[in-house]
Design a binder for this molecule. Structure first.
Ligand code: FAD
Length: 518
């Protein structure tokens, strides 16, 4: 098989055009191909740029053609996930069914390990009902919400599957998603995306797949303590029982604050920097126009990623978790506290696009102590809740810039449910954060025109961009408890669905084949 790169297809042409281009480049007529990568180049003319795998050998291609195509053609070798249970691990308990826990469970169960998954939240079908109630009434279930429940924090998200990882094993994460119902294009799109509507079913299918491999799920059950003996966990204690296993995987996400307190008791954690800010909403059509110079149904809803580092400011500011055609959602897991995030459906056709605009913070803002960052998050979320009285505090960008509460909306309408109140968001954060965000908003608008038009809306607050703690580990093992494997975003080693899933997969490989300590 060969891989052929850099095949340009105008955005308004279909796949027939692509096969025609391949035929022209190789001077061949009879071949099969599959798309390997697809990206969008909107710098000058708007083209999709493809890499394809063709079922021909280099020996079948004219040497002059190979010379002309230079680096754009070469032999292709498929990467296989080959792993065995060399350490003869019999059992594992996994706490948390977000991407990190699920993908660790998937591989361990596949290799014959008896896996038990403990999840404080509910299965995805029941969780959906609780989140619908939250959107309709504002009534929060502290164990079944946007953060907690089957599939973890990303289940009610945009389902963006981007990752900066160069690790080839990422492809196995995508294959497992597709095998369980995700659209095939995630295997090759440069910016793959599922959407919450499809992701929920994928998570359910992964559960059924893992159960067929012999694993057991325990929903609505929370890890509350460990029993420790000679530097190892003897058993874990939940609010419903106790479990012993050869190894324990802690995949609890970035919001398990009560569990962080328990881990601190055993001196397993340290603080780490993270970022806080607001969610910004603007009209999708304005972002499309800014990014493509035009609006076309043949183009995907446009994305952006913006970073501002200004030496005059105390904080770097960046956009995060951009949701084209998406909605702002309540992502709190604690009553009388509020934080927000973004979500979108597969078609990404909502009226607004949104993203987090967040400023980096460290102990200069929240002080010393392993849990200082987490305590700061709590304080901010309480302020936001109080300001909104159960609804979301929102402000037009122009009013935020001019330090006055909004009185009237313009062309952008907030999407947060069940509703919003006008507020002055300047009252939430320390002044250095407000200052850095204001400066960045102006500069960001120069890069994506319309990003912060006067009428763009800020909603408070974005506090859970990543974990405020790190669970210290070396080669996937806790430094202090050798049969404990802290993984994923909560442990501070990944950010996002794909990197968390990959962390889970790699941890399972380490347990099966790495140095045996369990
Ligand atoms: P989590 O997914 O947080 O899973 C942790 C699980 O552990 C949870 O299910 C929780 O209930 C459970 N748990 C916690 N404590 C306990 C306990 N004591 N006992 C038992 N169970 C426990 N990332 C992207 O890449 N793309 C996106 O589009 C995207 N959008 C997002 C939108 C929203 C609204 C949110 C909240 C996040 C989004 N993210 C997105 C981030 C992404 O969801 C996380 O990076 C990812 O889910 C982290 O995976 P994880 O497995 O480490 O932890």
């Amino acid at each position: 098989m060969i891989i052929l790169r850099n095949i340009k297809v105008p955005y308004d042409k279909d796949e027939k055009f692509l096969s025609g281009e391949i035929a022209k480049k190789l001077n061949k007529r009879d071949f099969n191909y599959k798309i390997y990568k697809k990206s969008l180049d909107a710098r000058h003319e708007i083209n999709f740029v493809y890499q394809v795998i063709v079922d021909l050998d280099l020996a079948d291609i004219d040497k002059k053609i190979i010379k002309r195509l230079k680096n754009n053609i070469e032999e292709f070798h498929e990467d296989k996930l080959e792993v065995e249970n060399i350490n003869k691990i019999k059992s594992a308990v996994i706490i948390g069914t977000g991407p990190a826990g699920l993908f660790a469970a998937y591989l361990l169960a596949k290799k014959g390990v008896k896996v038990t998954l403990i999840e404080r939240g509910k299965k995805v079908e029941d969780r959906l009902r609780d989140i619908d109630t939250l959107h309709e009434t504002g009534k929060l279930d502290e164990n079944s919400n946007v953060q907690f429940g089957e599939g973890g924090a990303g289940t009610f998200s945009d389902g963006k599957l981007t990752s900066r990882s160069k690790d080839k094993r990422v492809s196995h994460v995508f294959e497992i998603f597709v095998k369980n119902g995700a659209p095939e294009d995630i295997l090759y799109e440069q910016k793959p995306h599922i959407g919450t509507d499809i992701l929920r079913n994928v998570i359910k299918n992964i559960r059924q797949d893992i159960e067929r491999k012999g694993a057991i799920y325990k929903f609505s059950e929370k890890l509350i303590d460990f029993e420790i003996c000679n530097g190892k966990i003897n058993k874990i204690i939940t609010d419903k029982g106790e479990y012993s296993a050869d190894c324990y995987i802690l995949a609890i996400g970035n919001s398990a604050r009560d569990t962080f307190v328990m881990l601190d008791k055993y001196d397993l954690i340290e603080q780490k920097p993270f970022a806080v800010g607001f969610r910004i909403e603007h009209l999708r059509k304005n972002i499309d126009k800014a990014q493509y110079g035009m609006i076309s149904e043949k183009l995907p809803s446009a994305t952006y990623q913006l970073n501002i580092t200004d030496k005059e400011e105390a904080h770097s500011v960046y956009t995060f978790c951009m949701c084209p055609g998406g909605y702002v959602v309540n992502s709190s897991s604690i009553k009388s506290q509020l934080c927000v995030n973004g979500m979108s459906y597969h078609d990404r056709k909502g009226e607004n696009s949104n993203s987090a605009v967040v400023a980096t913070i460290d102990k200069k803002i929240y002080g010393e102590g392993n849990l200082a960052g987490m305590n700061f998050q709590n304080e901010i979320e309480k302020k936001a809740y109080k300001m909104g009285g159960g609804l979301a505090p929102v402000q037009r960008v122009k009013d935020f810039m001019e330090n006055r509460a909004t009185e009237k909306l313009g062309e952008v309408l907030p999407t947060f449910k069940p509703g919003y109140v006008f507020a002055d968001l300047n009252e939430i954060y320390p002044e250095s954060i407000n200052h850095a965000i204001k400066n960045a908003l102006k500069l960001m608008n120069r890069r994506v025109h319309g990003f912060c038009s006067d009428d763009a809306i800020l909603t408070g607050v974005e506090t859970r961009t990543s974990s405020p703690i790190r669970i210290v580990r070396e080669n996937y093992r806790s430094e202090k408890l050798k049969n404990l494997f802290p993984i994923g975003e909560g442990a501070g080693y990944s950010g996002g669905i794909i990197s968390s899933a990959l962390d889970g997969l790699k941890c399972a490989m380490e347990i099966l084949e790495g140095e045996k300590e369990c």
